[in-house]
Design a protein. Sequence first.
Length: 380
Amino acid sequence: MIFIVIGLVIVIVALIIYNMSIHKKIQQFNNLTRQANNLRVLQDFLSAIGETSSVDEKIKKINDILIEKYEIKYSTIVVFDGAEYQVKASNVDPKHWETLKKLQDVPIFKDSVATATPKYVTVNNENEKLPYQEMEFGRAKSAIFFPLYIDNVYIGYWIIESGVPHDFDDIDTTIFEVVRENIVSVLKTVVHQKTLESIVRKDLFTGLYSEEYLYGEGRKVIDKYTTSAVCMFRITNIEEINDKYSRKLGNQVIIKVSEFIKNNISKEYIFIRYMGPKFVIVFSGVDTDSVTNFITEVKEEAEKMEISLDEHPNIEEVELEAVDRKAKKKEKEKEIQKVSPKLNFVLTTYYKGTGMEEVLKKLEQYIDNADKSENDITCI
């Protein structure tokens, strides 16, 4: 009998050990599954960052990924833009956005912001509402508020909501902590793009966009194609015109040349004023060989232009005794100052996914180091 009891005890202990081993393996498997899922989400995040779209579109795409991958009922990302809090992405009806973008002022979330820790709120029955809700009752019954920080600076928050009370009671918040860090990483990555998008300006003289346009809106058009021809040109005799005649006439040359080029290229191509007398044309989806003849023709026609200030002294024909007749005759015979531009072109290929700024730097380096008298078309 004793041996039977001992045998049963051994069997029970063995089963307990076996069950513990199985449970441990299941936990390891679940952890691996969560890690794999998080990795897939992170990969989707990275793909969204790499897309040729605006910062706001990228944030919306990231929010859509969160909703799909983690089966979240409602997800909202709110970011401080330097002036006010803005709902950057949400699948909640816009009529509730005014409430959602003021959550940092709700007392129950202030401690969460101060301590950089998530805050879980829920109701016990269908007749209650969450502390931050003003007019709505039926939409959300539980929520988790995640404050967002970049380098210890509070920048906004991410809030997930459910229409079921206590729906997040047993959820593993560590997963969402990882997701929150990924959201922060994305926001940190795209902040530079947002800066570029906000500083794009149009040149007062030519009405052309500045260089920054190529890194934001322009990039969307350019990266629709695998390769594009990028051309930079410089008005090489602009300094001579400024010194010999006037800076005002030099500005007129810049205006007239840019108008001529703009009117002779397709609207599908991007034409910007790069810096001073340097301009850039991006022939999206076109190879360098195909644009060389076109550039040659444009260059030849532009250099035939005779540009002046269109200013001529207006001498009245009335005979005035106080006016020196000889001086008047000299002024009437004075010719209008006319100049012709000289252009130096350099051309190269841009490949989708590479750095446009590096391509432009290479072209600028060639233009700046070329002989001042050079006015040609060069492929590099």
